[in-house]
Design a protein around this ligand. Structure first.
Ligand code: HEC
Length: 303
């Protein structure tokens, strides 16, 4: 009801400006949100590329180890000896990635396992879900998306570690089979017993997203603020234009016509230079009406 009253009281100028302002506001919000959405999407696809680069390096390093280093190490190192820095492929990957982590601040890498040999590799709840997803559907070769970790937002990409085969059980199987050196370093319970055929772990790369998200948010707010400022100036211009070219000339015409209707200032022209365009046309027509009326009245008085 109150809205209706206000609407009735509002002139054409206010109605027009409010309507334009409302449309402009909707357009600005849509633009701001769209800009935010696009830049988060773009950052995600950049993060995906970064994660892929990191994975390519991890895999290349692993295949180099398998192909060239492992055979040589097996010849050079005594049978009962076990040096994780030299002989555990996962140990080498972990140590290398720890160094990369120092270089790429904010990034996280993990060879997450539910029952790891190295305690820091213990999967958290989110990583357990990833491993279970790989276990459930063996065809899944990759998972990715966004997640929160320790109050920070990350893009993550996870790939399954190839399933446990017989040779793995030498170290990840029965305690009695494991090299003594290994048991001394990692204990008897860690990283075993694993079952052949199961997916034991997942490699997970985390790319930090907080900076990108706050940049996207800032860009969206800036875009909105600049748009709103331009819109306010434009609305003020429209208001002035309507006031000058339509409302004031119309009010003047209406006042003068009213005077004529009660017999005042009958000889004064109703058209003025301020009345332009359609208002000018209207004023000329009304003025012709006034002239005809004056003539008619004079003729009557003459009779
Ligand atoms: C010669 C012993 C040995 C063999 C064989 C071995 N591993 Fe390991 N594995 C280790 C050690 C030691 C670590 C801990 C490395 C570290 O310090 O991070 C490890 C770590 C891992 C990890 C990282 C998570 C964790 O437990 O800390 C995965 C995954 C893994 N191994 C999978 C396998 C698979 C799959 C095979 C078979 C293809 C295999 N391992 C064979 C000794 C071995």
């Amino acid at each position: 009801m109150a809205l209706k009253k206000i609407r009735r009281k509002m002139g054409i100028r206010s109605k027009f400006v409010v309507m334009l302002g409302a449309f402009g506001m909707i357009a600005l919000i849509a633009m701001g949100y769209g800009a935010y959405w696009f830049s988060v999407k773009r950052t995600m696809s950049e993060a995906e590329t970064k994660a892929n680069v990191i994975f390519s390096y991890i895999m290349a390093q692993r295949s180099y180890f398998n192909q060239y280093q492992r055979p040589l190490i097996n010849v050079l190192v005594e049978k009962d000896r076990f040096y994780p820095e030299l002989m555990s492929q996962f140990g080498i990957t972990r140590r290398t990635l720890d160094l990369v982590k120092d270089e790429l601040s904010g990034y996280l890498f993990k060879q997450a396992s539910m029952n790891p040999m190295w305690p820091d590799n213990k999967a958290d709840l989110q990583e357990e879900k990833m491993i279970n997803a790989f276990r459930k559907d063996r065809k899944t070769r990759e998972l990715d998306g966004m997640l929160e970790k320790g109050g920070k937002t990350f893009y993550y990409m996870a790939k399954p570690v190839r399933k446990v085969s017989k040779p793995c059980l030498h170290c990840h199987g029965k305690v009695s089979d494991a090299p003594k050196d290994l048991l001394e370093t990692y204990g008897k319970k860690s990283g075993r017993p694993w079952k052949t055929g199961e997916v034991p772990a997942a490699y997970v790369v985390y790319v930090p997203m907080d900076q990108a998200i706050s940049d996207a948010r800032r860009t969206a707010v800036e875009l909105f603020a600049i748009g709103a400022a331009i819109m306010l100036i434009a609305l003020f211009g429209i208001w002035l234009f309507l006031d000058h070219r339509i409302v004031k000339p119309l009010t003047l015409l209406s006042d003068m016509t009213e005077e004529v209707s009660i017999g005042k200032n009958m000889e004064r022209t109703l058209y003025s230079e301020r009345m332009k365009d359609e208002v000018g046309g209207l004023a000329k027509s009304v003025d012709r009406l006034r002239i005809s009326m004056v003539k008619m009245l004079k003729r009557r008085q003459g009779d």
